[in-house]
Design a protein around this ligand. Structure first.
Ligand code: F6R
Length: 365
């Protein structure tokens, strides 16, 4: 049932405040201001020397983002791997270490094979899955569920943000176990997480601005997404989402890489969508925005009110986000990223729920 929405994808984007809230509530003790995992970790987190994360597509991108959090809050080195590469590479892994698999369906053939490969090397395996009865859930030492509910649209939306919510909680829990964050920091970050569902609901109000933007994007051949820090994986996700449902070619780049190649593409036609929450690296991102503007590029900004005010003269469009605490801003900024892809597909008359050549669950290798 699509409710009042034209597509499941739209319905699922709109469900995010609720399902991310439900997922966070499963992992946080909100009254105590602490993380409270609903299971015991299968390893002694204090003794871990590294963490491996594996997935495909959007789930892999969630893992890329989690790396920033595990490093920052748990001082834990992380390898994030595309499952189809990991499994055939014979990667050296310590017996007794931890591998986290991420999958909405819990059935993706390459991710399942990566799980078995990690297990065969003596790793403990934890899977973040949305389908609790899935094969990956059954074969894991520990299951960390995303409580997104059934995701029908082929393009992953609410499963992605719920995966991020679970990863954020895990990073804080492991950070506490390793003595990398103190109680006060944990309480502040937990309160930042608790604010996310309300902020996601506010972010959804950008929809009419996104619809206007989508009419322009629908006319172009290529789109570049840029971001730094956790906005970098979000740039990859924005490009993946746009190409899979609108069939417009898109690429996501770390903003600092602009001058190492993609700046050659900048012209008056190609939209350059910059994901720019106010965080520790915003000034660096701003200088990349200026580089694009100085070359007559078509700058599209996703940022807060202050930033869009500063760039009012230079940006072709801006999508304004509420002010958010920097560490988990990506969960809020995911909303316009998803809406841009969705509305572009709709304007172009594409079926956002059933993109050509794609299946919801990829059980072939
Ligand atoms: C992107 C998308 C795919 C999946 C990928 C993994 O919108 O839907 O990239 O993320 O096929 O699927 P799961 O999460 O089921 O393992």
């Amino acid at each position: 049932d699509k409710g009042n929405h034209r597509h499941f994808m739209a319905k699922e984007i709109y469900e995010q405040p609720e399902v991310v809230g439900r997922t966070l509530a499963h992992y946080l003790d909100m009254s105590a201001g602490r993380v409270a995992l609903p299971f015991d970790l299968p390893v002694d987190a204090a003794r871990l020397s590294r963490l491996t994360i594996c997935g495909c597509g959007t789930a892999y991108i969630a893992g890329l983002m989690a790396k920033y959090w595990f490093e920052r809050f748990a001082l834990l080195p992380v390898d994030v791997e595309i499952a189809s590469e990991f499994r055939y590479r014979d990667p050296p892994l310590d017996a007794g270490g931890l591998t986290i698999l991420v999958s909405q369906s819990g059935e993706t053939a390459d991710t399942l094979a990566a799980l078995r490969c990690a297990k065969a090397k003596g790793q403990k395996v934890l899977s973040i899955v949305n389908v609790a009865s899935s094969t990956m859930a059954r074969e894991s030492d520990v299951v960390a569920p995303t409580l997104a509910g059934p995701e029908i649209g082929v393009a992953s939306t609410k499963a992605f943000t719920c995966q991020l919510a679970v990863f954020a909680a895990l990073a804080l829990a492991i950070g506490r176990a390793r003595g990398a964050i103190d109680g006060e920091t944990e309480a502040r970050l937990v309160s930042d997480l608790m604010a996310i569902p309300g902020l996601m609901a506010q972010a959804l109000k950008c929809e009419s601005a996104v619809e206007a933007l989508a009419r322009d994007i629908a006319k172009v051949r290529d789109v570049l997404y840029l971001g730094r820090g956790t906005s970098y994986p979000l740039a990859l996700e924005g490009a993946l989402k746009l190409k899979e449902i609108s069939y417009i070619h898109a690429e996501g780049y770390a903003a600092g890489e602009l001058k190492h190649g993609p700046i050659a593409l900048v012209d008056g036609d190609m939209p350059v969508i910059v994901i720019a929450p106010t965080d520790a690296v915003i000034e660096k991102t701003v200088s990349n925005m200026q580089e694009v503007a100085a070359r007559g590029g078509r700058l599209i900004l996703i940022g807060d009110e202050a930033l869009s005010h500063d760039f009012a003269g230079e940006a072709a469009a801006s999508i304004v986000m509420p002010n958010v605490a920097p560490d988990f801003a990506a969960l809020i900024y995911a909303v316009p990223i998803q809406l841009i892809a969705y509305h572009t597909a709709v304007v172009m008359g594409k079926d956002a729920d059933q993109p050509r050549n794609l299946a919801k669950s990829v059980t072939v290798e």
